[in-house]
Every structure is written in structure tokens, then in C-alpha cells.
Design a protein around this ligand. Structure first.
Ligand code: GLP
Length: 246
């Protein structure tokens, strides 16, 4: 069952998600979080950086797992999600080394890397809260629409639509966006105790409606979130525009 929270604008929606993260972390300082990249969560991370600076919260004891990474990119490569997280969050809040987990896009054996990541999540006690963005085609993490989806962390080929959407990290040059990625599976995400998805802007409106109100289908990976007992979808008015129950 998806709970919807609709805000007038993207800033209010991001503030809502940041506040959920803050209450989770304040209630449980050693919690385990799954975190997304993309343009949408940037204001969420900016708010958290502010709260950490003011002492309203701390990420020092929080374990984090990022959802996905491009294949072929190391931690310092332009466009890598690890570099993104350092730039927007970890480089600004971690005063001492904290357990930050990433998929290694340079791993020689990507299947072994996927298995290692799943084990690390298990060893951490599972994910308490996963924050998600949403692709315009309904993807979550990098689980692209397909007739079948591997449940757990795996390698994927990226659609052209997704490579175009990710060109920002590569100076707008689509050919430089890697063609493959490694991502938590939908099963990994559904195993989290709580899920919160943030989508803002009119370009997400169709995907939001399909995810929240459409049938369950691997062709809209986010629709599988309807199976989760504790999922909240946080939207601005533009992203909510195609919902019939909004
Ligand atoms: C990428 C990420 C997703 C993210 C999506 C949406 O494909 N792998 O996790 O949700 O982009 O990005 P944006 O927030 O920039 O629209």
C-alpha cells in the first residue's frame, strides 16, 4: 500500500524527505540507509548538510549503501555516483571515516561484486530505510523496464532514455554515459523495512501514475513498490498531476 504525500513545490517535497531521514537517524543513530543519486535528491542532501552543520543530526554512526553505480567508473571518475555522494553529502558531513558502502563499477567480476554487496547489506542487519528517485520510464535504482527483473543486485544495460537523463554528470555528453550499471535489485529494495520515493517535476508525472496506480509490472519497476507494506511516495504538484486520487 503506497501512502502519498503531495506538496506544492519541489523544495517542500525535498524538505519532507529530509525530515523523514532526520527523524529516522535521530530515533536510531546507527541505522542503515539506502541512498539514491540523481538531480531529485540534491536538495534533500543540501538540507541534511545544513542540519548536520547545525548539530540537529549526525550521520557519524549511520551505515549507508548507495543504490547503484555505472560500470567502468572508479570512485573519482566524473559522473560516478561515488563522486556525486562525496560532493553532495559525505564530503560535507563525515568528520571521521564512516561506513559508506558503494558498488564498485571497476570490479573485474561484477557478479562477485553484486554478491559481496548483498552480503554486506545482510551483515549490516538489512536496510532500515531506502530513499528512491524515479526514472521517467519508471525505473528505480537502475532497474530498467524489462520482461524479467533479477531480484537482487545485478548488472544492467541502460536504456537510451536513461543515458540521456544521466548526461548531466558527463557535461551533457550522452556518448560518455556508460552503457551498463550495477544496481540493487527490486527484491533488495523491497526487503528494506521502509521505503520512501521522491519524484518532482512534470517529466515524472506519467511514471508516478503508473507506479502508484497502475498494475504491478516489471515494465514499470516502481509499480512493484505497491507490494511493500511501508512505502511513502513524496511528490510535488507537477509530479502528482496524472494521479487520479490526488
Ligand atoms: C538515475 C538513478 C536513479 C534516479 C534516476 C532519476 O537513473 N540511477 O536512482 O532515481 O536517475 O534521476 P533524476 O533524479 O535526475 O531525475
Amino acid at each position: 500500500m503506497i501512502r502519498l504525500r503531495i506538496h506544492p513545490d519541489a523544495a517542500a517535497a525535498a524538505h519532507d524527505v529530509a525530515a523523514v531521514l532526520r527523524s529516522t537517524v535521530v530515533a536510531s543513530p546507527a541505522c542503515v540507509l539506502g541512498l539514491p543519486t540523481g538531480r531529485t535528491p540534491i536538495p534533500v542532501y543540501a538540507q541534511i548538510v545544513e542540519w548536520v552543520a547545525s548539530g540537529a543530526m549526525s550521520l557519524e554512526d549511520v551505515t549507508t549503501f548507495n543504490l547503484d553505480e555505472f560500470v567502468g567508473l572508479g570512485p573519482d571518475a566524473e559522473g560516478s555516483f561515488q563522486a556525486f555522494m562525496r560532493h553532495h553529502l559525505f564530503g560535507r558531513v563525515d568528520r571521521r571515516p564512516a561506513p559508506r558502502n558503494f558498488l564498485d563499477g571497476l570490479a573485474l567480476d561484477l557478479d562477485l561484486e553484486a554478491a559481496r554487496f548483498e552480503r554486506a547489506i545482510d551483515d549490516a542487519g538489512g536496510l532500515d530505510l531506502v530513499v528512491l528517485g524515479l526514472g521517467t520510464n519508471g525505473h528505480i535504482g537502475f532497474n530498467e523496464p524489462a520482461s524479467e527483473l533479477p531480484a537482487r543486485t545485478h548488472v544492467v544495460s541502460l536504456t537510451d532514455e536513461t543515458r540521456v537523463a544521466n548526461a548531466d554528470g558527463f557535461a551533457g555528453e550522452v556518448p560518455r554515459v556508460p552503457t551498463r550499471a550495477i544496481t540493487m535489485g527490486v527484491g533488495t529494495i523491497l526487503a528494506a523495512r521502509e521505503v520512501i520515493l521522491l519524484a518532482t517535476g512534470a517529466s515524472k508525472a506519467d511514471a508516478v501514475a503508473a507506479a502508484c496506480e497502475g498494475p504491478l509490472t516489471t515494465h514499470v519497476p516502481a509499480s512493484l513498490l505497491q507490494l511493500h507494506p511501508r512505502v511513502t511516495v513524496v511528490l510535488d504538484a507537477a509530479a502528482a498531476a496524472r494521479l487520479s486520487r490526488a
